[in-house]
Design a protein around this ligand. Structure first.
Ligand code: FCB
Length: 427
């Protein structure tokens, strides 16, 4: 079935503030870039210059027919000093949200997407003494000042990726390598989500609130090897299942303890799922199997996994599912349309209530430790001139939106005959 309808899942695109806005700010990522932590030596200071190009970008979203847009707020702009909020920065985001709504695009706002103001870093970041209270002060201010223009919120993006990259593997700020601190920061992020969920609902009872989980498929390198199997289960639990359980229910899960004053209950109106890939586990090593299809960063392309992880989530904690990110690094746009097609086909064939799909990303952008070198956009960005040009995959996506599904013609034109690289094969 090359073509298929997709009537029940609304299509959008996703972004994050630090990755697109540009600006010479003081954040953990600007500091990390200044200290040489980015592989191509770039910094987030130019990115997609979205801060100065909001009108153009909203017009482009509307041209693509997008009806849902996930965006992040840059905390360092809104609260440049502890407890001091910047009315101009709020006015800027108000204008953007209003523009989106005028264009018929519903915003989904992420409150924390990997970036912290410098002053926050100086007081210990998420492991600082008052980190949860400091976050709640920010969240409260945002919901009070922007709540008339937005009612869909992601509290925190991918706590597990933030914690492991920054505190276990040391490849993201703050560059630590400590299992104990990784668990500690995860626990703080869990508490921050739970309390933010309650606070947002107190301020805005009709709000829709969730967390964007990074979920992977874990598979043993050798299904019959007990060590690989045990390590697969342990990795999955520690990396994602414990966070999912604690943030969905308000109950402690394994090493993640929830403070006593928080009552067990429902803490996710929707589950945000960011799905990209599968990990193959050999002993303690997380890798990619030989010969499988991969993207330009070497991540396995495994479309069946989207519904595999969604099924695991839904069975344990039934709630509507929003795919808050899915996409691929394809620097020359050779296989992105096929990637989108194959993941949407899984959604179309699934009985799960997958209500939304936000493609990562709208334009090419600043990809954290990979800087400007990893392209995930439906729209090509020339970083020097800031010129935007819709890619073939972007035309395909717009066509899927327009037809609420993939037509035979679209399949023939944009998907058929496209191939992924293979792991281990020369590119
Ligand atoms: C996710 C992040 C997002 C982007 C994509 C490629 O883990 O949430 O910001 O970097 O990966």
């Amino acid at each position: 079935m090359p073509g298929f309808p997709l009537p029940n899942c609304a299509l959008g695109v996703a972004t994050a503030a630090t990755q697109i806005e540009g600006g010479d700010l003081d954040t953990n990522w600007h500091r990390w870039a200044a200290s040489g932590g980015i592989s191509d030596g770039s910094t987030p200071a130019r990115a997609a210059d979205h801060w100065n190009r909001v009108d153009q970008d909203v017009a482009l979203l509307a041209d693509l027919g997008v009806r849902h847009y996930r965006l992040g707020l840059e905390w360092a702009r809104l609260e440049p000093e502890p407890g001091v909020f910047d009315p101009e920065a709020f006015a800027h985001y108000r204008d953007e949200l209003a523009l989106l709504r005028e264009a018929g695009i519903t915003p989904l706002v992420t409150l924390h997407h990997f970036s912290l103001p410098g002053w926050h870093v100086d007081t210990g970041g998420w492991l600082g003494a008052d980190a949860v209270a400091v976050f709640l002060r920010f969240v409260g201010e945002v919901v009070r000042r922007l709540g008339d223009l937005a009612s869909e919120w992601i509290t925190i993006n991918e706590p597990n990726v933030y914690a492991t990259q920054g505190y276990l593997y040391g490849v993201w700020p703050p560059g630590e390598r400590s299992y104990r601190r990784t668990v500690a920061v995860l626990q703080v992020l869990v508490e921050a989500h739970l309390r933010a969920y309650l606070l947002i609902h107190r301020l805005q009872p009709h709000a829709t609130v969730g967390l964007a989980h990074h979920l992977r498929v874990f598979t043993p390198a050798q299904a019959r090897n007990p060590a690989d199997r045990a390590s697969t289960l342990a990795s999955r639990y520690l990396f994602q299942d414990a966070v999912l359980a604690a943030t969905s229910t308000g109950r402690s899960a394994g090493p993640l303890r929830v403070p006593r004053d928080l009552r067990p209950g429902r803490y996710a109106d929707v589950h945000g799922i960011n799905y990209y890939s599968r990990s193959t586990i050999r002993g303690f090593d997380h890798g990619v199997a030989d010969g499988v299809e991969v993207n330009d960063l070497g991540w396995e392309v495994y479309p069946a996994g989207l519904v595999e992880v969604a099924t695991q989530v839904y069975r344990r904690f039934p709630a509507p599912l929003w795919i808050t990110e899915n996409g691929t690094c394809d620097n020359d746009d050779r296989f992105r349309a096929r990637y989108v097609y194959e993941h949407l086909a899984r959604i179309a064939a699934s009985p799960l209530p997958i209500e939304r799909y936000y493609h990562w990303c709208f334009t090419d952008n600043w990809e954290w430790a990979e800087g400007e070198a990893a392209r995930f956009g439906l729209v090509h960005l020339d970083f020097d001139t800031q010129e935007r040009q819709v890619k073939e995959s972007g035309l395909f996506y717009a066509d899927v939106i327009a037809h609420a599904g993939v037509t035979e013609e679209a399949h023939r034109r944009w998907v058929a005959g496209r191939h992924y690289p293979r792991n281990g094969a020369p590119r």
